[in-house]
Design a protein around this ligand. Structure first.
Ligand code: SAM
Length: 291
């Protein structure tokens, strides 16, 4: 069995990798027959709770037969944009293309394009924000890289105002559709570097779910520009919650980089890479904007 498939299946059997993530990785790893055979082999070799976790992947695949093709198609969009455009623009175009294929998979590949799986993951994140005391009726929230607006729509009924910011026009069109009936939701197209049009000290919470990896991929100057702008638009004591800082697969490097940025730019790092989700393997970073 190829090493990456074996690692995914072992992680899933051990309970460290949720079923949706495991299936997404199986789909990304190689050809469909090899992935199916590896899953069957892992199920046959396991027992007890490990076997049940792997069977959950099997059931998910059976009820989502298009998963393999969809995951591959959406993943390919990030490889297809030519390198000559600048990195922010390149990601904006890639996400435009991905959103046209599957809005749900474009923001969370592990949803396998299924609204029910995406909603479960969204609810879990909102629950975590609530547990941290960050969802308040008087709160003003900025969702950076809001995508199709799943958090804008989920948070709007519970806070005073939500602003979704994104670089992809197609994502924003989807978000506008989802937020059409919400009187306290605003959607803004940004340039990925500055937050022009957003007032200083206007927000209590800045949220970035799976969007910082693209900021990081655009380079250190883009990261620093975004962090400075986040500091500007948050009120003193306001919080920045980043769910996944990068996709480098090096959590120690992510922690060190955010600790350094926090120290240099006037934040306190309260949580550094906590993993607390059942439906998703996102790492949570929580920073407080210092006065
Ligand atoms: C994987 S999607 C996640 C969307 C949303 N946060 C969610 O979890 O549903 C990443 C989003 O980040 C946006 N994005 C990428 N680079 C960005 C940047 N520099 N500034 C703002 N948004 C960006 C993309 O257009 C895309 O909508």
């Amino acid at each position: 069995m190829p090493e990456d498939l074996a690692a995914t299946l072992a992680g899933c059997a051990g309970g460290a990798i949720p079923a949706g993530i495991a299936l997404m990785r199986l789909c990304l790893a190689g050809d469909e027959d090899t992935a199916r055979a590896a899953l069957a082999q892992a199920i046959a070799a396991s027992e007890g709770p490990a076997r049940e976790r792997l069977r959950r992947v099997e059931r998910l695949w059976r009820t989502t037969p298009e998963a393999f093709t969809l995951v591959k198609r959406v993943a390919r969009t990030s490889e297809e944009e030519p390198a000559e455009t600048d990195d922010v623009a390149r990601w904006a175009k890639a996400f435009d293309t991905a959103a046209a294929i599957s809005p749900e998979a474009s923001v969370a590949l592990y949803s396998l394009g299924r609204p029910d799986l995406l909603a479960a993951a969204t609810d879990e994140v909102v629950g975590a924000l609530r547990a941290l005391g960050l969802v308040r009726p008087e709160g003003h929230v900025l969702d950076i890289g809001c995508g199709i607006g799943r958090f804008v729509a989920a948070l709007a009924p519970h806070v005073a105002q939500v602003t979704g910011l994104d670089v992809s026009p197609r994502m924003l069109a989807e978000a506008r559709r989802r937020a059409a009936r919400l009187g306290n939701a605003r959607l803004v197209q940004g340039n990925g570097r500055d937050f022009a049009g957003l007032a200083a000290a206007a927000f209590d919470l800045a949220l970035a779910v799976d969007s910082f990896p693209y900021v990081v991929a655009a380079g250190p100057d883009v990261v620093a520009a975004n962090m400075r702008e986040i500091k500007r638009v948050l009120r003193p004591g306001g919080r920045l919650v980043i769910l996944n800082y990068s996709y480098r697969g090096d959590q120690a490097a992510d922690r060190a980089e955010l600790a350094d940025l926090a120290g240099r730019l006037g934040f306190r790092l309260l949580r550094a890479g906590e993993r607390r989700f059942r439906h998703w393997d996102g790492a949570l970073f929580d920073l407080e904007r210092l006065p």
